[in-house]
Design a binder for this molecule. Structure first.
Ligand code: HSE
Length: 439
């Protein structure tokens, strides 16, 4: 059979990796797919660089629409990223009846409902394993391998840049700003790091995982997103003394009693004995709690040329295998059949989220402070789990008071924090970090 024809849009790190993996493993790949997978064209602004990388025999173009409009191309691989040109070319490719493979989490988290509806109407596939956690096959695991389960929650370290920063802060006792600078110097963090450090990239990925886990439309705009700015290395140190690591977690959890699901990204204390707490450096990991399988954990590289290419090529193989199948009998984009997505399962507001908490209060070392603080917690129905206070340093007359609470509701904690913050003996903004046992 004639090899399936692929056009690569965006020929940077991942595009180059995809080209190399396809070339290197072409025998195995075509034996798995049932036919060859051939790159017919690549699109890159720098034509000379693209030509040098692909050699002769592959079309090199600078205009993405030249690939979208090429009638010979069956699958468009979108590796441009972002929501601008990428969205236009993905929609145009679908409109032209081409299948799409993409690593673009921002596009799908924000416009996924529109993209998937268009693809469904046209009977084409949009495959996106590479959009979440790079080389970890988490989309396939959730969508196919766990299809017999009721998913309870998913919690993941799904941004390598922030995990690298947290690991360095802990290992070297450095503050956020200096580690970020070092990460930028080493190429782990972008010159504009906001997508990563503000939690947006993780929230894009979590949005997709939540839709697949619970069969809801993608709703990035309802996610609660907190990043790492403002996190003190003091909190990492105190958390460690109490037996916890701090990770930037994306958490989505079913809350049947409220008829909704939680969707949140924020720094989180995790007991050190959990495997996921020990995922260090730029690595990613996703934990899934499911009723039949129990807890499963998926670990690997969340970025990089070949790990991400591994997922892109797996999607190319999938699309090649299924291209001739009746569209209604392919694996649905978001795991659930499109007419069975549950719009009534709402994304819960943060005020209703249940969590336990780590609090650090900088307090005056004077009579009655601890009692006033514990009274406020008790009045707001918040039970204390542990307290840590070191003696104030000589001549300091102030100290850090660390409190771990039992599980409560976010709105009660918000109220208690407001009262505590207004006490004259509380000398600085209170640090509040949510804590998850993940058991
Ligand atoms: N910037 C992402 C990360 C990789 O740091 O994990 C691509 O999603």
């Amino acid at each position: 059979m004639k090899p399936i024809q692929v056009g690569l849009l965006g020929f940077g790190t991942v595009g180059g990796g995809t080209f190399q993996v396809l070339a290197r493993n072409q025998d195995d790949i075509s034996r798995r797919a049932g036919r060859g997978i051939e790159v017919r064209a690549v699109c890159r602004r720098d034509l000379a660089a693209a030509r040098a990388a692909v050699g002769e025999g592959v079309r090199v173009v600078a205009d993405p629409m030249a690939i979208v409009n090429d009638p010979e191309i069956d699958i468009v691989v979108e590796l441009i990223g972002g929501e601008g040109v990428a969205k236009d070319v993905v929609m145009a490719a679908i409109d032209a009846g081409k299948h799409v493979v993409t690593a673009n989490k921002a596009l799908l988290a924000v416009h996924g409902n529109e993209v998937f509806a268009a693809a469904h109407a046209k009977g084409v596939m949009v495959a996106f394993e590479a959009a979440v956690a790079g080389g970890i096959p988490i989309i396939k695991a959730l969508r196919e391998s766990l299809a017999g389960n009721r998913i309870e929650w998913v919690a993941g370290i799904i941004n390598g840049t922030t995990n690298f920063i947290l690991s360095e802060m802990r290992a070297k006792g450095l503050d956020f700003d200096s580690v970020l600078k070092e990460a930028q110097r080493l190429g782990y963090a972008e010159a504009d790091p906001s997508f990563d450090v503000d939690g947006i990239d993780a929230a894009h990925k979590l949005t997709l995982l939540a839709s697949i886990a619970f069969g809801v439309p993608v709703q990035f705009d309802k996610a609660h997103v907190e990043g790492l700015r403002g996190l003190s290395s003091l909190d990492i140190k105190y958390a460690e003394q109490l037996g916890y690591r701090i990770k930037l977690l994306g958490i989505t959890r079913r809350r049947d009693e409220l008829g909704g699901i939680e969707l949140r990204v924020h720094p989180t204390l995790i007991p050190t004995q959990r495997l996921i707490a020990n995922v260090e450096g730029a690595m990613n990991a996703v934990m899934v709690q499911a009723d039949a399988a129990g807890t499963t954990l998926y670990y690997g590289k969340g970025a990089g040329a070949e790990p991400t290419a591994s997922s892109v090529v797996a999607d190319l193989v999938d699309v090649t295998r299924l291209a001739t199948a009746d569209p209604d009998h392919r694996v649905p984009h978001l795991a659930f059949q499109p007419d069975r997505l549950d719009g009534s399962l709402r994304i819960l507001p943060m005020s209703g989220v249940r969590s336990s908490y780590y609090l650090r209060l900088r307090v005056a070392d004077e009579t009655g402070v601890l009692s006033r603080i514990t009274t406020i917690l008790a009045e707001n129905d918040i039970s204390i789990d542990a307290v840590l206070q070191r003696e104030s340093l000589e001549g300091e007359r102030q100290t850090d008071l660390i409190i771990l609470t039992h599980t409560t509701v976010e709105e009660k904690m918000d109220r208690a924090l407001e009262f505590m913050q207004s006490l004259p003996s509380v000398l600085a903004p209170i640090a509040r970090i949510r804590k998850e046992d993940l058991a």
